[in-house]
Design a protein around this ligand. Structure first.
Ligand code: HEM
Length: 258
């Protein structure tokens, strides 16, 4: 790092963690860190360690919380979907005696809700690639030149009526076991695609299902008048976010049989 620059918060945190924990205490984590460096044959500099910590923080936090918020927003407007999801949670909590890994993996309906939420509101609305080899798009005269940046319009593809009829309608059934296979390749990519797709995909799905199941079991929610409809999205952010936020009226469920 350039010593004239102020270290970033993430850099300081990473340095504290790596230096004190890995290098001075020489505990189990330290051995794992050295083994990892040895195995892949790469030595991480402090800046690289800080960059990795930063991308995990950026990519792993807001994306999942945004997805959970939009899922609640859609369920607040679709009471039958909210009720079906709650029934699934109750059934699986009863079957598995609480919130277990098995219960989470069997939450098929909530899976479809999350997939449909990420179709309508992909947290990363666009992502980028850099062309490494000049490529001619088949049956056209269009060339993508080496070194050229390519922007992949995930939000646009997900809302294209050619691939998703009535794209503004929230319909988890699009992702039912029967319908999922009918979706065209590369038209649905909330986690990106290829060797650099989202590394946290499985973790994100589990995390979101745990959060949603606890919320659905204990709370009932409706749309608050404070939410401005139709939603308009912030134009400057990296992660999709509605202007003015999402507001819900939330009530605790006292009688678990309702
Ligand atoms: C709903 C939640 C999430 C969504 C929608 C999401 C989406 C994405 C997308 C679109 C990319 C770019 C993929 C590409 O360019 O092909 C990405 C990359 C990445 N994501 Fe996620 N993500 C989520 C959660 C997470 C979580 C929980 C973590 C970590 C704990 C994470 C870590 C990463 C990392 C490290 C990358 C960069 C991978 C690379 O460049 O090789 N993400 N994510």
């Amino acid at each position: 790092m350039n010593t004239n620059e102020q270290p970033t918060h993430i850099y300081c945190l990473a340095e504290k963690r790596v230096v004190t924990h890995f290098f001075q205490k020489k505990d189990c984590q330290c051995i794992k860190f050295h083994l990892f460096q040895h195995t892949i044959g790469i030595k991480l500099t402090m800046e690289e360690a800080a960059a990795q910590a930063f991308i995990f923080f950026l990519a792993g936090f807001e994306t999942t919380s945004t997805t959970i918020s939009f899922a609640l927003f859609e369920m607040a407007q679709n009471d039958s979907i909210q009720q079906l999801a709650r029934e699934e949670v109750r059934r699986l909590f009863e079957k598995h005696e609480g919130l277990t890994y098995e219960a989470v993996t069997e939450m098929g309906y909530i899976d479809t809700i999350l997939f449909e939420t990420m179709r309508k509101y992909p947290p990363a609305p666009v992502f980028l690639r850099k062309c490494t080899q000049t490529y001619k798009i088949p049956n056209t005269e269009v060339y993508i030149k080496e070194g050229q940046s390519v922007l992949i319009p995930c939000y646009g593809l997900h809302r294209d009526p050619e691939y998703f009829p009535d794209p503004d309608v929230f319909d988890p059934e699009r992702f039912s076991a029967e319908n999922k296979s009918k979706i065209w390749d590369y038209t649905y990519m909330p986690f990106g695609d290829g060797p650099r797709n989202c590394i946290g995909m499985r973790f994100a799905m589990i995390q979101a299902k745990i959060a949603l199941s606890i919320i659905l079991k204990n709370l009932k929610f409706n749309l608050s008048k404070k939410t401005k409809l139709p939603l308009t999205m912030e134009k400057k952010g990296i992660i999709l976010a509605p202007i003015g936020g999402l507001w819900l009226d939330i009530k605790p469920i006292r009688d678990q049989s309702t």
